[in-house]
Design a binder for this molecule. Sequence first.
Ligand code: GDP
Ligand code: MG
Length: 448
Amino acid sequence: MIEIRHHTFGQPIIILEFDDSQEVIIYNDKLDSIFNHPEIQDRKVVILSLIGAFRGGKSFFLDYCLRFLYAHFPSINNPNKVTSFIFKKDDTWMGEPDEPLTGFSWRSGTKRDTTGIIMWSDVFLHTIDRTGEKIAIFVMDTQGLFDNDSTAESNSKIFALGTLIPSIQVLNIKGIIQENQLEYLQFATEYAINSAMDIVNKKAFQSLTFLMRDWDNNDEYKYGIDGGSQYLKQLLKPRRNENKKLQSVRKSLSSSFDQTRCCLLPHPGRVVASNGTYDGSWFEMDVDFKNELKSSIEDMLISTNMVIKKINSKEVTGKEMKDYIQKYFEIFQSSNTMRVLNIYESTVELYMNNIIEKCLNDYKLRMFENKDLIGNDNNIVHDSCKAKGLEMYDKQRKIGSLEYQKSCKTILFKKIDGIYEEFETFAEHEEQLKAALDKELQEKEELK
Ligand code: GDP
Ligand code: MG
C-alpha cells in the first residue's frame, strides 16, 4: 500500500453546526484562526464551496479538489512544497491509482453527519502572474442537507450561507434537478436581488456551477462542460405555459450571478456507488468518470478561472471576509424565521461603517499633521480638515438607501465634531496647565 501523501497538512474544521434542537452553534475562534492568520488576513480570498443533498458525493469531490490544490499551490501548512502554479496536464495531481481518499470525511455508510459548514484548515496561497495580486484559496464543505432529520429552516439557513460565503459556488445535484433545490437556491439569491437594487448593472454573486452527478443522458448532452452548458441553456430558457415558480427561479439566477455554468459527470461505477469497503482510490472508478472528474476539477480550479470573492462589487480580504461571515452567522443564529433583508441591511451597515471610519481617520491624520497650528487657529484648521474628510466621503462608492447614506454622512459629521472637541479640551487643558505652571513659577520666584 502506498503511503498517504496528500492532506496530511490540514483537517476539517466545523465552523457552524446545528445541535439536536436545531439551534445554530457558531465557532468564532475557529473562524478567526482560519481567516485571521497573519499570512492570510490581508490577501484577497477565493472560496470554493459545494452544496446539495447529503450522500451526493460532495465531500468525495472536494477531496479530489484538495489533491489538485496541494499539487499546484503552496499552502499555509505546507509553504515549501510547491512554489508557483504550473499546471500539470497529466493526471499526476490525482495521486497514486490506489491512494485512499482523505480530507473532508466522506462515507459509504448510512450514519448521519451533523448539519453544518466545515472549512479545510489549510489555506492555499497564490500570486496571480498578470497582476501580482496575492490571494488565499479556501475550501468549504456543507453537510447534512435534505436528510430526514434536517428541518426546512436549517436547510434554508445553510443554503443561504452556502450562497453568501463562496466566490465559487457549486450546486451538487444527483440525477435530475429537483424543484425544491431550485427553490432554496432562489431563496438564497433573493438576498442578491435586494442588494442588486443598489448596484446598477452589477451582479451580487459570482460563479455558480451546477455539478450534475450520475448523468445518464450522454446521447443528448455530452459529459463535461460543453454538454453541461448546452443543458443549462435549455434549462434556463423561458418557456411558454410554465409555472410561475420556475419562471422566477430562472430570472433570479441570471440576475444574481456573474456566470452560471454546468458540468455533467457520468455514473462513477458500481464500486464507488455502492461498495462499503471502497477507499476512494481512483483506479476503481469507471474510466469515463475518472476522466470527467479530472477535467471538471481542472476547469474549476485552474488559476485563470480563480474567482476573487466580492461583496457589493468590492474585492474582500481574509480579515474582512471573517467579519462578514461572523455577521451572517449572528443573524442566522438569532432569527427564527429567515429574513433576507436582515442580511442585506447588516452588510450595508458594515460596509458603510468602514467608510465612516476611513474618513474619520483621514480627518484625525490631517489634524495631527497640523497640531502645531492647533491652539492658535483651531477653527480654521478644523474646518479645512473636516471639509477634506467630508469630501472624501462624497467620493466613496456608497450603498444602501439614499436616506441611509445621508444619515451616515451626519454620523461622520458628528463624529468629526466630537473628535474636534477632544482636541479643543486638550488645548484648553494645555492653557490651564501652562497657566498653573506659570503661577507656580511666579510663586517660587516670589518666595526667593
Ligand atoms: P456527501 O454527503 O454529499 O458529502 O457524499 P460523500 O462524499 O460522503 O459520498 C457519499 C457516497 O457517494 C460515497 O459512498 C461515495 O463513494 C459515493 N459517490 C461519490 N461520488 C459519487 C457519484 O458521482 N455518484 C454516485 N452515485 N455515488 C458517488
Ligand atoms: Mg459530506
